[in-house]
Design a protein around this ligand. Sequence first.
Ligand code: CO
Length: 134
Amino acid sequence: MIGRLNHVAIAVPDLEAASAQYSETLGAKVGAPQPEPDHGVTVVFIELPNTKIELLHPLGEDSPINGFLEKNPSGGIHHICYEVDDILAARDRLQAAGARVLGSGEPKIGAHGKPVLFLHPKDFTGTLVELEQA
Ligand code: CO
């Protein structure tokens, strides 16, 4: 059911330093910071030949990644995103299998303008999983 790895998201305490490291030290194609107020994060997209990396930094006091950075002060992998063809069919199949979908269970529009859902990390080997309709 899942398709391509769309991105790996890394929460970072210092967005400028992390962007510079990816562009200068690692030699990657790094975009400009994009505020996503609806999601409580500022995102920097890094284009790799086969996937993307997203650097996430808190935006606002209620950012959903504040807690993660408190537990992981130097940053860390926050979630991975897999593509699916039909997000509602994927949700129904996963819920029928007992997996928990975070939030209301209805897809939201994600950072790429496409519908996304998040799955509970405890149901997926300790990894927060995002599904994006490709
Ligand atoms: Co994501």
